[in-house]
Design a protein around this ligand. Structure first.
Ligand code: SAH
Length: 220
């Protein structure tokens, strides 16, 4: 395979799927121009890694569509000095994007095998400011709070209480909320008076399963 094959696909992904749809944050665009997304999927799927869709990563889970990763990351308004909590490590691709744009990233995954694959990959690619934790992310990460940003990459029935409690004032929470099959992406900024909520795009994520999320066998 041509050595520039993936590079070309990646540049074209950024141009056609992100810039043309209005993603403007130059740091987000630069991170996604750089990170080798094809290494975050299995070998059989590598050629499709830059396609305009989510892809399976095993255990019924997915790596999110590139545009959705860009939207969510842009909504966090990262400047570079933030301590970020991500819920739903999955492939580790979103964690790699956060790693380039923030100071420190804690990412939580409930499925051990998925977490360990992502951790190995992130280490081998030298994303050294990312820490992978296996636990139920619906209760946040109380021992390591407060965070400047929280990004949830699985669909929630509601906003778990702990997230707002575990953020600094000025902090941003980005989370898909809705039914099992369709959600709306929200950005909630914690202010000294309370919270400011902004509604973003419609989206479809795998379910956030846990104590404050969907129950394993009952997500209507
Ligand atoms: N950010 C990922 C997207 C992964 S899909 C990526 O870039 O690839 C969502 C992930 O959230 C799945 O791996 C799923 O197992 C995980 N998940 C679901 N509920 C969870 C919970 N309560 N705590 C932590 N992870 C959870």
């Amino acid at each position: 395979m041509n050595i520039n094959f993936f590079d070309n696909k990646r540049q074209s992904m950024v141009e056609k799927q992100l810039e043309s749809r209005g993603v403007r944050d130059v740091r987000v665009l630069e991170a996604m121009r750089t990170i080798p997304r094809h290494l975050f999927v299995s070998e059989e799927l590598q050629e499709r890694a830059y396609d305009d869709c989510a892809l399976p990563i095993g255990e019924g889970q997915t790596i999110s569509q590139p545009y959705m990763v860009a939207c969510m990351t842009e909504l966090l308004s990262l400047k570079g000095d933030e301590k970020v909590l991500e819920i739903g490590t999955g492939s580790g691709y979103q964690s790699a994007v956060l790693s380039m744009l923030a100071r420190e990233v804690f990412t939580v995954e409930r499925i051990r095998s998925i977490a360990s694959n992502a951790e190995k990959l992130l280490q081998s690619l030298d994303y050294n400011n990312v820490h992978v934790v296996v636990s139920d992310g619906t209760v946040g990460l109380p021992g390591l709070a407060p965070f400047d940003c929280i990004l949830v990459t699985a669909g929630a029935p509601d906003i778990p209480d702990q997230y707002m409690n575990q953020m600094n004032v000025g902090g941003r929470l980005v989370i898909p909320v809705g039914s099992r099959h369709a959600q709306t992406l929200y950005r909630i900024e914690k202010t000294s008076e309370g919270a400011e909520r902004q509604e973003s795009t419609a989206c479809v994520f795998v379910p956030l399963i846990g104590k404050e999320g969907w129950q394993e066998n009952n997500y209507n």
